[in-house]
Design a protein around this ligand. Sequence first.
Ligand code: GLV
Ligand code: MG
Length: 294
Amino acid sequence: MEKARGLPADEVFLDLEDAVAPAAKADARTQVTEALRADWGTKIMAVRVNDTSTAWAYRDVVEIVEQAGDRLDVIVLPKVRGPRDIAWLDLLLGQIELAVGLEPGTIGIEAQIEDAAGLALVDEIAAASARLEALVFGPADFMASLGMRSLTVGAQPAGYAGGDAFHYAHLRILVAARAHGLQAIDGPFAAIEDVAGLQRSAASAAALGYDGKWVIHPGQIDTVNAEFSPSQADYDRAELLLEAYDYYTERGRGAATLDGEMIDEASRKLALTAVARGRAAGLSRTSRFEPPAG
Ligand code: GLV
Ligand code: MG
């Protein structure tokens, strides 16, 4: 926790769930509450509580939010199996916010989708609370839930000949997230030494449209940040496309070509997403649209 404060991650979640041994759960709450009081700069601060089927969940939420709710942005709820898990957390958070004088609705929720039940109900989960900010794919629990034959979290199961074993889950979660205006976040890649494997996994999720990915070791941050940051070339191209599209539509043309590719209203929407990401990453343009001669 001490080290995490100085690392270039956008969000930090302090874990009370699977990284904490059962005998250490109560003590971990105290440590997490104290850690939340430290200076975390502009990082988004999250705590992952235990799931709703455990004896720890309610006390995790009550203790953390009562004692450090003013320092907390979101609760990460693991193993969400249906909308009632979210409804439970939403109601409990509302009660604690009232009790401690926080603005109702201040604390957000990120829902981990990480088993067959959760994936099957992902649309209802995504619609279950206005507090929801993101759906997070949890490959470890998901692989266990499905019976995938692999012990390496986030990596492709050896022997699978169908391409990407996570494609369905990734896309299913992404669709539900986008349908409800939420972010989609990819889960961890456990092989810390396998930088090329992490890079492939991050690049694939980013290409699909995911907004970010968990890291479980400081050594993974740069790789993941690089894969999720828009490239200068992609950003320039998107700005160029918007400019070209404006140029042509002002002249009454709904479709035109830019460097041999058709552009129309749908291309504009694609470009808007890429431009928003580039601007958010602080990029500035290095090229301008040149109207065709004549
Ligand atoms: C994360 O919680 C995972 O199960 O992958
Ligand atoms: Mg998990």
